[in-house]
Design a protein around this ligand. Structure first.
Ligand code: ATP
Ligand code: MG
Length: 302
């Protein structure tokens, strides 16, 4: 197995005597989109700032491609591309001039590379216009292009969809997927929006009060073995269900079942003369899980 691209080991951050980040440990693998999910003030930005070397670590360590962010700063940082706060752009220059400006500061970036990233983020048509004429989404894309210039292994984006409309959000999402699929990069994104993370990430870490509450594959969140099913049925003569725990709802019943129990349930209903109009799984969203997990966390911390 390849070694992790990012590794946090017992990372703790104390600011003015207050524990902001409390013993965070996790690893991020190559080619995955990894999400930091947590309410405002949870510690997402602080964690990211430590990962990109913008802030010191009180105890513990962070490794990027095996290099220690504090002790081997430059070797670690060449592997990272990221937009932590708003991308630094010169509004009176064109998009292209901004990229050239950046390329002059970092060694070894060819014109061809600039053209490649412009194409990648879909800014070709407008790249020679001044940045002040760009929409927020276009500025985000230019920021993304800029952070791709040095071919990083890991892209770290703090709230990349902040302020974007649904189309802009979708665009960012598609770009991040493309980065992992086409370039094999790992992507770390933070957000407090569950629905968004659900669509964007392969794995999600939930943080609250600086602690890691839960970390899970998005796929697993959505595919728990037992789940509720809604059966739209005639609501008569249901007495034969007396040994089964079910709930009467409008137009039908809800029953918690494993997937391979569903055919049997359908059969049972038919044998008892019940007409079935529809069977729908009621999937537990990440939001339900998030609330479940964070309220448990709250009880733990109370
Ligand atoms: N320089 C600082 N000095 C004092 N407290 C700080 C500092 N930076 C962050 N904090 C505190 O650390 C906690 C975590 O902040 P952080 O910005 O990391 O949260 P976040 O998860 O990014 O929240 P948001 O969703 O609002 O962006 C907050 O309580 C914040 O007030
Ligand atoms: Mg933040």
């Amino acid at each position: 197995m390849s070694s992790p691209v990012v590794e946090l080991k017992h990372v703790t951050k104390i600011i003015k005597g207050k524990k902001i980040i409390d013993d965070l440990s996790f690893t991020i693998e190559e080619g995955e989109v990894f999400g930091f999910l947590g309410p405002n003030g949870a510690g997402k930005t602080t964690t990211i700032r430590m990962m990109v070397g913008l802030m010191g670590i009180t105890s513990g360590e962070i490794l990027i491609c095996g290099k220690n962010v504090e002790k081997e700063f430059e070797d670690a940082l060449v592997n990272i591309g990221g937009i932590v706060e708003n991308p630094e752009l010169y509004k009176f220059l064109t998009g292209y001039q901004n990229l050239m400006q950046y390329a002059r500061m970092v060694k070894g970036i060819s014109k061809q590379k600039i053209e490649e990233v412009v194409e990648f983020v879909g800014l070709k048509e407008r790249i020679h216009d001044k940045v002040k004429t760009y929409s927020l989404g276009m500025r985000q894309r230019l920021g993304l292009a800029q952070s791709l210039l040095h071919d990083p292994k890991v892209m770290i984006l703090d709230e990349p969809t902040n302020g974007l409309d649904p189309a802009g959000i979708r665009e960012i999402r598609d770009h991040l997927k493309k980065l992992t699929k086409e370039k094999g990069m790992s992507v770390i994104v933070s957000s407090h929006l569950l629905s968004e993370m659900e669509m964007m990430c392969d794995r999600i870490a939930i943080i609250q009060n600086g602690k890691l509450i839960d970390i899970q594959k998005v796929h697993d969140y959505l595919q728990e073995s037992k789940q509720k099913y809604f059966f739209e049925v005639d609501m008569k003569n249901l007495a034969f269900l007396k040994d089964i725990s079910y709930e009467k709802v409008e137009k039908g019943i809800e029953i918690e079942l494993e997937k391979d129990e569903v055919p049997h349930m359908i059969q049972l209903l038919i044998e008892n003369g019940i007409r079935i109009f529809e069977v729908t799984p009621i999937s537990k969203s990440l939001e339900d899980r998030f609330l479940e997990v964070t309220t448990q966390g709250e009880k733990l911390h109370a």
